[in-house]
Ligand binder design. Structure first.
Ligand code: ADP
Ligand code: MG
Length: 668
């Protein structure tokens, strides 16, 4: 029932349908799940004679007469309203169509504030109290679709909440003391108190968390069926690898490696998450795992979410692999058709020992000769092993890597089905990055500082503003900025420009040049956010840093501070008075902390709810109602319930309903 298109609701025609769809609202179910941002606070109902000061109030009365006038572009509509105790002139701005409705004798209920001229209306009802009700929902809306309209559309969807019964088995619902889902939805959209709204939200959050946990459990069960080949104990190749590395591995890296070794020795495919802050040294560990496959006479694959990142991974590992005599190939869509086919053939024959590419490419286009270990960077936690298993008969061992700093408790939610290795401490030679926040008027000092680093033989990044524009516009803006800098602040230095519109060959050449020190400064869009690893780059300027999210800033900053030198990150923004509170708090947090986990927590606080970095990849973005910090108890209960449900076949139907909703999880 909730699959019904929104246009089946009264008053929703093609135009409104389109505006709704811009808000992501396509079905009645979407409307029901449109969570209010907040609720109107309660205000007193007063008689007109009792109105005083500028205290917000609700009044009710009858229209005596109305008139309208214009002042410039402002349309002002005034209605004299009386309630027996007195009269007041109520005013509306820019709602000319209302004039026809405010005819003498009409009953109105108004919420607003007394002002010099009478009563300034914030919301009104001509019939039943909905708009003016206490705790009226305030939805994420748009300019094209005003709040009042959206409220009435959601209200007209609400009866469908009762259709189709409750997805939770009654026993479970009672045991958890949860309201019916329909009641929860009603409470969410039409609460009589904030407590009621919160109770509704928690029931909906429980459903979400349970769905997620069931999906994880199902995925884990599917994996139980898979069989991998156990790899023999570590051999000479990885021993040589340790020798050619220009540093010794840290304790945390060694611990992760020991855990991986233990996994690889089993016939149950490894499903391990390697978690560590940016720059903590995960890639080094990942390559170790790949080499374990190679020394067993088998193959490894490294999959990245984007081509840029895949190229970057190749740059990181190809030197080492060459030294070790390991044959590596990059498979990208940029290869010509013949070359592409050739690389695929070499992978299929086993001549290529380690293949690097995007998730999509490797999973869709490649049949491996004998894939034993897959490293999956930052995405797509599901699906890899199944597909590869079909191809080769045996499932590979999978190591997932993430720099998403999800607090440990939360990791349980999203990675509940994976074993976790954490690299908590960066290599000891690191000095914490010094982060400073400077405003526009002093940006020249930032560039002076940057050029001092360049003069001393170091390299730098300048990150271009994040604008809401097409990739092409963004690329052009970056090129223009690079050109401007070449002529002004960075005159005399070698400036390269990197963006998403460069063709992969050029991009690779550029990265190689930067790595080789043939370019001093890389002016870049956020494509440098992940993976780029040039230890000689010691300073970064982020332009218009107030536009970036906290997590993104942290990722960007992780591009410097990768060597033993002191590194700097300079965040340039508009003047503080011009920034939103949230932007100010983000920049302050960046200056105060370099710890990804702490920043993730701060991010949650600033945003007030459950959107974290990597939310999309991790399935967390499906959590609309859950407030991760607040709902830890619910998470535990949902895990427990998922375990119990998992055991009871009797409940399969109900579970099926929930899982039906969860099917898209992980496919993103
Ligand atoms: P991540 O993938 O976690 O962001 P990387 O593996 O790319 O981190 O490592 C970041 C940088 O630190 C690289 O330049 C790498 O060579 C270096 N590095 C990794 N491990 C160590 C170590 N044990 N000692 C010193 N430097 C290291
Ligand atoms: Mg890395």
């Amino acid at each position: 029932m909730t699959e019904r298109d929104v246009d089946t609701l009264p008053g929703v025609g093609p135009a409104v349908r389109k505006r709704l769809s811009r808000l992501g609202l396509r079905t009645v179910g979407d409307l029901l799940a449109h969570r209010p941002r907040r609720y109107e606070h309660p205000v007193d109902e007063r008689s007109i004679v009792e109105l005083h000061g500028d205290a917000e109030a609700v009044i009710e009365g009858t229209v005596e007469r109305s008139r309208s006038r214009r002042r410039g572009r402002l349309h002002i509509l005034t209605a004299r309203v009386s309630d027996g105790s007195g009269e007041v002139d109520a005013t509306w701005f820019n709602q000319p169509w209302l004039e026809r409705q405010l005819v003498p004798g009409v009953r109105v209920r108004l919420r607003g504030k007394p002002n010099r001229y009478g009563f300034q209306v914030e919301s009104y009802d001509l019939g039943e109290a909905t708009e003016t009700a206490d705790f009226a929902p305030v939805y994420p809306s748009s300019e094209q679709l005003e709040q009042k309209r959206l409220r009435s559309i959601v209200a007209s969807a609400l009866p469908y909440a009762r259709a189709g019964g409750d997805p939770l088995p009654a026993l479970l619902r009672q045991a958890e003391r949860l309201p019916l889902r329909a009641d929860a939805l009603t409470a969410l959209h039409h609460p009589r108190s904030l407590e009621e709204a919160e109770m509704g939200r928690r029931r909906l959050a429980f459903d979400e968390l349970l769905t997620l946990q069931l999906a994880l459990a199902r995925r884990a069960a599917e994996r139980e069926q898979l069989v991998a080949a156990a790899l023999p104990a570590p051999g000479t190749l990885v021993a040589r690898y340790r020798q050619v590395l220009p540093f010794t591995l840290t304790g945390a890296q060694e611990a992760a490696i020991a855990e991986i070794d233990a996994d690889l020795g089993r016939t149950r495919p490894m499903q391990r998450l390697l978690q560590g802050d940016v720059g903590s040294g995960k890639t080094v560990v990942a390559l170790y795992a790949l080499l374990r496959a190679v020394e067993a006479g088998r193959q490894g694959a490294m999959m990245a979410p984007t081509e840029v990142l895949a190229e970057q991974h190749l740059l990181t590992i190809e030197g080492l692999c060459a030294e070790l005599g390991v044959r590596v190939a990059l498979l990208t869509s940029a290869l010509g058709a013949r070359e592409h086919a050739n690389v695929r053939r070499l992978i299929a024959s086993g001549d290529v020992q380690v293949a690097v590419g995007t998730h999509a490419l490797i999973q869709r286009e490649v049949a491996f000769h004998d894939l034993a270990v897959a490293v999956v960077d930052e995405q797509q936690r599901f699906g890899v092993e199944q597909r590869s298993a079909l191809a080769g008969g045996r499932a590979p061992h999978v190591l997932h890597m993430t720099a998403t700093p999800i607090p440990r408790t939360l990791a349980l939610t999203v990675y509940g089905d994976l074993a976790v290795s954490e690299i908590a401490a960066p290599p000891a030679n690191r000095r914490p990055i010094v982060t400073a926040w400077v405003t526009d008027d002093r940006s020249s000092e930032a560039y002076e500082r940057l050029t001092r680093h360049l003069a001393a033989g170091r390299q730098a990044y300048v990150v271009c503003p994040l604008i809401e524009a097409s990739e092409t516009t963004l690329a052009r803006a970056a090129e223009d900025e690079a050109e401007r800098l070449r002529r002004s602040e960075l005159k005399g230095f070698r400036v390269g420009c990197m963006h998403g519109r460069l063709n992969p060959g050029d991009r690779r050449a550029l990265m190689a040049q930067f790595k080789a020190g043939e370019i001093d400064v890389l002016v870049a869009t956020t494509v440098v956010e992940v993976g780029v690893d040039v230890p000689n780059a010691t300073i970064m300027i982020v332009q218009e840093a107030d536009r970036f999210g906290l997590a993104q800033l942290h990722q960007l900053r992780g591009r410097v501070g990768r060597g033993a030198e002191q590194s700097y990150c300079l965040l340039v923004s508009r003047r503080k008075e011009e920034l939103t509170d949230a932007a100010r708090e983000r920049l302050e947090a960046m200056v105060e902390s370099a710890d990804g986990f702490e920043l993730a927590e701060r991010d949650l606080e600033i945003r007030g709810e459950g959107q974290l970095l990597g939310a999309r990849q991790s399935g967390l973005s499906d959590l609309r109602f859950t407030k991760l910090r607040q709902d830890m108890d619910l998470l535990e209960r949902a895990r427990e319930a998922a375990r119990r449900l998992g055991d009871a076949e009797l409940l399969a139907d109900a579970v099926g309903v929930l899982l039906g909703e969860a099917d898209h999880l992980g496919d993103s």
